[in-house]
Design a protein around this ligand. Structure first.
Ligand code: CTP
Ligand code: CA
Length: 226
């Protein structure tokens, strides 16, 4: 007996994804940024869309293209712009995955003219940016799910679990720095998913597209058992 059913597990679901770095302006020609390529976030957006989700992808400056028609791309530059775009879109979503490498600090002041070179030292005063994940964690309703990433150099699991609690996340993806094939710029990643029930699920080093499949599977589990 053949019966029809869709294999897509996120039909009628809306998911917000952040990706890439943010650039924080120093003056008209300079910024503070980081080496995030955006590949992990874009892979997540593609995988979510393949599962039928309507995806809003809020991305910092990257050299990547989106292909899936169900991905609505919002390009931003700074942490503040990313924060504003996320606050606008989050209320209408079922889940958000915070994959962006958001700058933690911005120059306190932005010069409107190019700062000239001088001999000796130069100091730029910095101030903290908005914590976007924490802001969404505050807004989160009981039916919404919020996923974060963590990059740690020491006490990895402890620090990641603390972040999950502090930002009110449902689970956190710990990027392992143990392999050279994981992290910024490369096509592969090695992750551990830490859940609220203290469960740690370790995965092999694999392509970011495959890592995205693992993360989306976990999210599907969380969205369909509330
Ligand atoms: N994050 C965010 N907004 C920020 C900083 C981080 O949304 N201003 C999100 C990241 O996208 C990630 C999670 O918070 O999902 C953890 O980011 P991470 O940089 O590891 O943690 P921080 O809270 O910034 O702490 P620190 O960098 O000091 O370890
Ligand atoms: Ca940070």
């Amino acid at each position: 007996v053949a019966f029809f059913h869709s294999k897509k597990k996120l039909l009628n679901k809306k998911v917000l994804v952040t990706a890439g770095p943010t650039y924080e302006k120093i003056d008209p020609v300079r910024f503070i940024g980081n080496y995030s390529s955006g590949k992990m976030g874009f892979a997540l957006a593609e995988e979510l869309a393949k599962e039928g989700a309507e995806v809003t992808l809020v991305t910092g400056p990257v050299h990547l293209k989106t292909t899936h028609p169900n991905i609505h791309r919002v390009d931003v530059e700074s942490a503040m712009e990313m924060h504003n775009a996320c606050l606008e879109h989050f209320p209408a979503t079922d889940a958000a995955i915070m994959c962006a490498a958001v700058a933690d600090y911005r120059p306190k002041e932005q010069a409107d003219r190019k700062i000239k070179r001088k001999a000796g030292e130069m100091n730029i005063e910095l101030q903290a940016t908005e914590d976007i994940a924490a802001a969404l964690g505050q807004l989160k309703t009981p039916s919404q799910r919020l996923v974060g990433f963590a990059l740690e150099t020491n006490d990895e699991k402890q620090n990641a679990l603390a972040k999950m609690q502090k930002k009110n996340l449902d689970f956190i993806v710990l990027n392992s720095l143990q392999d050279n094939g994981a992290g910024f710029g490369v096509d592969t990643n090695k992750i551990t998913i830490l859940s609220k029930d203290n469960n740690a699920q370790e995965f092999e080093l694999k392509q970011k597209t495959e890592v995205a499949v693992d993360i989306v599977k976990k999210l599907i589990g969380e969205l369909t058992n509330d």
